[in-house]
Design a protein around this ligand. Structure first.
Ligand SMILES: NC(=O)c1ccc[n+]([C@@H]2O[C@H](COP(=O)([O-])OP(=O)(O)OC[C@H]3O[C@@H](n4cnc5c(N)ncnc54)[C@H](O)[C@@H]3O)[C@@H](O)[C@H]2O)c1
Length: 269
């Protein structure tokens, strides 16, 4: 068990990539705190998780033989993040791993985007990652160890029409990560990024449905351009990359990123 005795926070961990990441860390023995908003945002074309979804996720992780808690937390809000971090430390005594996975998206052209739509995406992914790092890092610095992973996207390396807010946030995470890595390396803390390609999670399904696309046809369009067609990238593939990065096998890797996209970014447009 490579993560026995470690404590991990996974934001947006109630479902999708976040839940798979949490379960992958638990498989190696880590205790898990899921932090999820469990509420909808009116600017998004699909529903976010509920408290029931988060409770189910927590139970599924506990059944793997580790300790797990779920904390309702909107990562856009400093007070929520501060309380969430305090609760994790109170429950488990420390924080070894932070996965900034909470994310959302809508598809709107910049010329038509209202401020709330921009803010909900930027604040969840960019400000949320800042706030979580801001409140977790003092604990990691104090114990002189830790591992952080930011979940960016292939949208952090390329532009998406109708996804200006998402791409701005995901590009921003890669820059933020490099700066964090520089600031904390001397404290024995590493910070890296995982960039998923298309993964058929509730977010992608919700976005596809908002365009009237469903089922295999929708999947085909969203997975077009992946060099590896079979298997498609799964939430577990993202979890495996995160898990490897936070083990000592990746001890010399920081300020860097792994792209899990079936080869999508390798292909010239
Ligand atoms: N699915 C993909 O194709 C894909 C591709 C690249 C990157 N990603 C990234 O993976 C991460 C997870 O996405 P997913 O596809 O699993 O989506 P998802 O919607 O299935 O899961 C996201 C989770 O984050 C939570 N969340 C949203 N806003 C939050 C907030 N402000 N505070 C706390 N929790 C919040 C939601 O309730 C939900 O449980 C995101 O950062 C996303 O951008 C996904």
């Amino acid at each position: 068990m490579k993560l026995q005795g470690k404590v991990a926070i996974v934001t947006g961990g109630a479902r999708g990539n976040g839940l798979a990441i949490a379960r992958c860390l638990a498989e190696e023995g880590a205790d898990i705190a899921i932090a999820d908003i469990c509420e909808n945002m009116s600017s998004l074309p699909y529903d976010l998780s509920t408290e029931a979804t988060m409770n189910e996720a927590v139970e599924s992780i506990k059944s793997m033989g580790v300790r797990a808690i779920g904390i309702k937390c909107d990562v856009r809000k400093a007070v929520d993040v501060e309380n969430m971090v305090a609760k994790v430390v109170e429950t488990f005594g420390k924080i070894d791993i932070l996965v900034n996975n909470a994310g959302n998206s809508s598809m709107v052209a910049i010329a038509e985007m209202d401020e709330q739509t921009w803010d909900d995406v930027i604040d969840t992914q960019l400000k949320g990652t800042f706030l979580c790092c801001r409140h977790v890092l003092p604990h990691m610095i104090g114990q002189h160890s830790g591992n952080i992973v930011q979940i960016s996207s292939v949208g952090g390396q390329r532009g998406f029409g109708m996804g200006g807010h998402y791409c701005a946030a995901k590009h921003g995470l890669i820059g933020l990560n490099k700066s964090i890595a520089m600031e904390v390396a001397d404290h024995n803390i590493r910070s890296n990024v995982v960039c998923p390609g298309t993964v058929w999670t509730p977010m992608m399904q919700g976005i596809a449905a908002s365009f009237g696309m469903e089922g295999d046809e929708a999947k085909e369009q969203f997975f077009a351009g992946h060099l590896i067609k079979d298997p498609e990238v799964s939430p577990e593939d993202i979890g495996h990359a995160v898990r490897w990065l936070v083990t000592d096998e990746a001890r010399c890797i920081t300020g860097n990123m792994i792209t899990v996209d079936g080869g999508w970014t390798a292909k010239a447009p």
